[in-house]
Design a protein around this ligand. Sequence first.
Ligand code: K7E
Ligand code: CUA
Length: 652
Amino acid sequence: MRKYSFIALAALGFAALLNSCAKGEKSASSGALASNAAEKVYVKPGTHDDFYAFVSGGFSGQLSVYGLPSGRLFKVIPVFSQDPEKAYGYNEETKPMLNTSHGFIPWDDAHHPDISQTNGELDGRFVFINGNNTPRIAKIDLTTFETTEIIEIPNSAGNHSSSFVTENTEYVVAGTRFSVPVPQRDMPINEYKGNFKGALSFLSVDPEDGRMDIKFQLMMPGFDYDLSHPGRGKSHGWFFFTTYNTEEANSLLEVNASQNDKDFIAAVNWKVIEEYVNNGGGTKMPANYAHNVYDEHTHSATSTMKKEVLVVDPLKVPGAVYFLPTPKSPHGCDVDPSGEYIIGNGKLSADLTVHSFTKMLDAIEKKKFDGEAYGIPILKFEDVLAGTVNSGGLGPLHTEFDGKGNAYTTFFISSEVVKWKLETWEVVDRQPCYYSVGHLMIPGGNSRKPFGKYVMAMNKITKDRYLPTGPEVTQSAQLYDISGEKMELLLDFPTIGEPHYAAGIPADIVKKNSKKIFKLSENKHPHATLNDSEVRIERNGKEVHIYMTMIRSHFNPDNIEGVKVGDKVYFHVTNLEQDYDVPHGISMIGAQTSELLIMPGQTETFVWEPKQVGVWPFYCPDFCSALHQEMQGYVRVSPADSDIELSGTLGE
Ligand code: K7E
Ligand code: CUA
């Protein structure tokens, strides 16, 4: 019977999807846009956008930076994937960033960026983002827009309920989507139930330098922990996680994990656990995970393997965890700006469940429990329910807030954004998305202080919205003006990869801190060449180290002789420029790497192993001056037994 109703719901959803596509075609051609929509997104040449939007790349593994309202793309920040454009993961300095316990992993699936906060408001220091596939959390420094730290999460698999930050960035959270044996071991898969564990990891963030560290891992029952959000204001100190597959099925989850009428939102009191841990609680467990840190002064990353993690059994900490029954395999787990309402979006449901934090505390205090799961108390649904939004949509996924008492929820199946009122739970507006929307984002939407001017919806399917590009067509974002009663669609723009969540922030908070150059006087790279008198070439057996500089518009040296077949040639190249926006590049014929793109004052290294005798050119691939085409040089490669002396010259 249950199975039947699920299939019926899916079929209904499919019909709705077709329906919304048909609607889309019609309104696209008949002009759903208000006549002044173009004006509202037009940012005059030479002027700046009001907001930065950091949009996850999903399976591209990167984070892209757009301006709002224009939708202009400014940068793709490489995070978990190698990027030849920036040489990230190709140069010797950044390769350690992609080290893991599984070796060098130059890809991941990045979903949820979140901006650091102070007192519950965006502070614009860092963006954090999760890697799902090989569980990791990365930190991007918003003075350089570069990834400066990646930490691997042990005992985790499918790091999806991540990487959301608490009100003062005390913690960044990483909850496992897939439960696994902990510790990992060889065991039959069908013994999953009762034996697998779901680790919820809390990573502390140093208030001074932002350094991350796994403070503790809470070992929860073997459910799937899908999404999470921090409490704020009155609920600061708590973290909420949606679960599905509380059935603990290990096969055909589309049916077997949809049996229970209700799954749970897990409410975790991290303050209580923090206190327990600070007083010596928890168990140190052997582990093996990488902690990779990029140093702006050495322009280099180091990777350290960590060998231990602190594990906490929730049953040992009274008051640490409660389960809030939530209908129909909830996906999104969102907390309103006041911290009172916790919204669970049951993705197989038409309604939204809103829990009350106050009622939750009250029920806990009165010990009104409705049984337990693996020893964790379950609260009564009716006791914690604040209200239900009868939305009339299908497949609710994610909710954001405008700070004016309204909430906005995406519906994947019925392909729309629905606006509703907190406390009365009434739906007040709905707008179609083209098509199949996932997350949506209001700048500051995950904080005490949202900037409710725009909402950006991120769509999975675009079909006919753009010029076709073969079987693979772009995903997209859509921008709506939400300053009035009714949402107004302003703009469609294509995105990089598949955006899941995004994080937006007023540009003013970030742009004043943006670095223009790296100071040469602060360059602590061990292979830096800080002026032309330090230029040199050294041989150490078969290793050759070229200490090279670049400035408009030449390399020093630009003629190199004495390199032999079989050598391993390191180019350590320093850009001596100290002007804004004057990077130089270097690329070498036949080198099995990418070009380097070196910022003013920075040093980078690539390795070239010449296989053939000859005279081989290198050049600058970044058009840096009127004489950029003159920025070139040659390396003479001689036979392995040659006795030609190593030399480097310029202008001789
Ligand atoms: Cu809904 Cu990964 Cu947040 Cu995609 S997730 S949409
Ligand atoms: Cu330097 Cu082109």
